[in-house]
Design a protein around this ligand. Structure first.
Ligand code: CAA
Length: 258
């Protein structure tokens, strides 16, 4: 039997997925994509999991689409199987927050996979790039759409049209990543953050994630309307009553989320 292309672990309420195709810099083969989507679905349906971490292995985060597999795909085959669109669709279906820990290269589909996550922590040694142009193609897993939202048109256009990479520090300054830390600290820092998020009310965390993500889909007026609706909906949750009662108690106490 062939080895799994991902490693799945748990740390209390945090589900951890490590990409693990070391011989190909964790490139996104069809098998890896299917295993990754299965792991996401399994964490999504597990009530004992409150947040997910996606990271790479010693070789880095991910070198993008599997170049050998893509080289064999015709237009019709790619179109018919929604090549890589299935990855975006799978991430859209996850209500739990996903923290991407970018521990090295994130190139092409690897950079796009990072951007499918909700929060990015990067090692100082991480690099981000969209080198598709050097292969005679364009970013096809969200790069042309998400990069501009993350870092603005000029920087996104520069990366996509030149294929040049940016460093972790540049990515942080541009707003692509939330934190940059030394390689040996980045995973444990992300785990601490994921555990903190997983400790809050699960429905409230999911609603907050949904409201933020909708900001990219809706204009300001519709976005504010959507936010109000979800905000008011939290008033009906037991966790809302608990959170407010815990704050107002004398002395103030820690909320016990259901
Ligand atoms: N797909 C398949 N195999 C890959 C790969 C990829 N994306 N990236 C690296 N590999 C394989 C290499 O073919 C090589 O395999 P062999 O040992 O069998 O020859 C092995 O990984 C090691 O690669 P290198 O010898 O090139 O290692 P390096 O340390 O010199 O360079 C690297 C590492 C910078 C990641 C370099 O391999 C590289 O530039 N990879 C391609 C990155 C890229 O262009 N990504 C975009 C892909 S297209 C895409 O992602 C489309 C999209 O939008 C979704």
């Amino acid at each position: 039997m062939s080895e799994s292309t991902i490693i799945v672990e748990r740390s209390e309420r945090v589900g951890v997925i490590r990409l693990n195709r070391p011989k190909a810099y964790n490139a996104l083969s069809g098998i890896l994509i299917n295993e990754l989507l299965d792991a996401l679905r399994s964490f999504e349906s597990d009530t004992n999991i409150g947040a997910i971490i996606l990271t790479g292995n010693d070789k880095g985060f991910c070198a993008g689409a599997d170049i050998k597999e893509q080289s064999e795909l015709s237009f019709v085959n790619a179109y018919n199987q929604d090549y890589l669109k299935n990855l975006n669709d799978g991430f859209f279906a996850v209500h739990k927050p996903i923290i991407g820990v970018i521990n090295g290269i994130a190139l092409g589909g690897g950079c796009e996979l990072a951007m499918m996550c909700d929060i990015l922590y990067a090692a100082e040694t991480a690099t981000f790039g969209q080198p598709e142009i050097t292969l005679g193609t364009i970013p096809g897993a969200g790069g042309t759409q998400r990069l501009i939202r993350a870092i603005g048109k000029s920087k996104a256009m520069h990366m996509i049209l030149t294929g040049e990479t940016i460093s972790a520090k540049e990515a942080e300054a541009a707003g692509l990543v939330a934190k940059v830390l030394p390689l040996e600290e980045v995973f444990s820092a992300a785990l601490k953050t994921a555990s903190k998020i997983a400790g809050f009310s699960a429905p409230v965390v999911a609603m907050a994630k949904e409201a933020v993500n909708e900001a990219e889909e809706l204009g300001l007026k519709n976005g504010l309307h959507f936010e109000s609706r979800l905000y008011h909906a939290t008033f009906g949750l037991e966790d809302h009553a608990e959170g407010f009662q815990a704050f107002l108690a004398k002395p103030k106490r820690t909320a016990q989320w259901k």
